[in-house]
Design a protein around this ligand. Structure first.
Ligand SMILES: Nc1ncnc2c1ncn2[C@@H]1O[C@H](COP(=O)(O)OP(=O)(O)OP(=O)(O)O)[C@@H](O)[C@H]1O
Length: 376
């Protein structure tokens, strides 16, 4: 159970996951999933999922292996039938347990992890694949436009084998975008690429999607990718959406303990709501800027992100450095308090602290996120 303290934060973030819509709202949505369930035999892989995307919005399904991300994407594409619920695009039902529009009639583009360009066709021929309905002038103009958009304006005559992995994935994206689909589905499109390439390609792909004003839904298990590309992220667990929200809210205002644990780093600190603006921990009181709104006397687990704990040699609160990790502009330290509690702390990389040394630390919390205490 969530025991959120900053009420206005909670109201701002409780937009999802349930989103049943009236008919005029439904028409304004590009995609609406209403109570969607998908079974494999007697196994329920997706359970009562509600999710919607506005035109031009980029969504992301994020979750651990086996939570149902690909199944949901496949159901939207029309490759899995529904046990319950409906999938609606622009107010038109594409899937329900009673009916299913075939995949090729859905106007949905797809980009997969395995790039699968046609190797015997040039870049231009690959991009032209879904453009048979255009005359040759229109087709040429769309190819030029897309190759420019993906940053490969002079690569018409090149073959896929002569391109890098990142360039091939850009061409795959151009091919999927060429016929201007109503929705683009991307299944782990960056997972075969190395980290450096991803760093540039992910924001580029977001730019391309925004430029084309395309509504898109991407599957990933990588939160950095999800945060870099999506307007809203749906965190899934065991076939359910735990939270569908902005990347900022998913990180700073998780609605469930699972989301808090799965997304970002952090730890839970036992605390008691002492006064309206303070929580008592084993290391003394932590003051909150605003009233936390918790019942006084309640025992909670307080979520502490690494940046909630600051290295400060003037602080009387001391901790022993157990591990440190260089992160470029900062070090992340795992520190141990006198009572054995381990916490994470971020500090500038200009003043490295040795493992085994004792340092001063201070709490500086912008967001108070608490969950019901699991243990005493
Ligand atoms: N064809 C299938 N037949 C039976 N069960 C399946 C089938 N495909 C997936 N499942 C099961 O459905 C559940 C959801 O699988 P799914 O592939 O959608 O998860 P995922 O979140 O995409 O996982 P990953 O990140 O590993 O790809 C899992 O328990 C999986 O074992």
């Amino acid at each position: 159970m969530l025991l959120r303290s900053q009420v206005e934060d909670a109201e701002a973030t409780q937009r999802g996951p349930r989103t049943n819509h009236n008919s005029s709202e439904a028409k304004a949505l590009q995609l609406a999933l209403n109570d969607v369930s998908v079974n494999y035999g007697s196994t329920r892989a997706v359970a009562n999922v509600n999710l919607s995307l506005k035109p031009g919005e980029i969504g992301c399904l994020l979750g651990p292996s086996g939570c149902g991300k690909s199944t949901l994407l496949r159901a939207i594409a029309g490759f899995e039938s529904l046990a319950m619920g409906e999938i609606v695009m622009h107010g038109r039902v594409l899937s329900s347990p009673q009916q299913q529009t075939p995949p090729e009639l859905r106007r949905i583009g797809m980009v997969f992890q395995d790039i699968a360009l046609f190797p015997h066709m040039t870049v231009a021929q690959n991009v032209a694949f879904g453009l048979g309905h255009l005359n040759s002038v229109e087709r040429q103009s769309r190819i030029d436009e897309l190759l420019s958009l993906i940053g490969l304006p002079d690569s018409h005559e090149r073959y896929p084998a002569s391109l890098s992995g990142g360039q091939q994935q850009r061409v795959a994206l151009a091919r999927a975008l060429a016929p201007k689909p109503d929705l683009l589905l991307l299944d782990e499109p960056f997972s075969g690429l190395d980290a450096t390439l991803k760093e540039t390609l992910v924001p580029d792909v977001r730019e391309i999607l925004l430029n084309e004003q395309i509504t898109a839904l991407m599957v990933t298990h990588d939160q950095i990718e999800a945060f870099a590309i999506a307007d809203r992220v749906a965190v899934m667990q065991q076939g359910n959406i735990e939270q569908f929200d902005t990347p900022y809210a998913i990180y700073h205002a998780p609605l469930t303990r699972f989301v808090a644990d799965f997304v970002g780093q952090g730890c839970f600190l036992p605390a008691v709501a002492k006064t309206e603006t303070s929580l008592l921990t084993g290391f003394g009181p932590i003051a909150t800027d605003k009233p936390h709104g918790l019942p006084l006397g309640i025992s909670v687990d307080l979520l502490l992100r690494p940046d909630d704990l600051i290295h400060d040699e003037d602080s009387i609160l001391r901790a022993k450095v157990i591990k440190r990790q260089f992160q470029g502009t900062s070090f992340q330290y795992e520190v141990e308090m006198a009572n054995g509690q381990r916490l994470l702390c971020v500090a500038s990389s200009h003043d490295p602290q040795r493992v085994g040394s004792e340092i001063g630390i201070r709490f500086e919390l912008d967001h108070i996120i608490c969950f019901e205490r699991l243990r005493d």
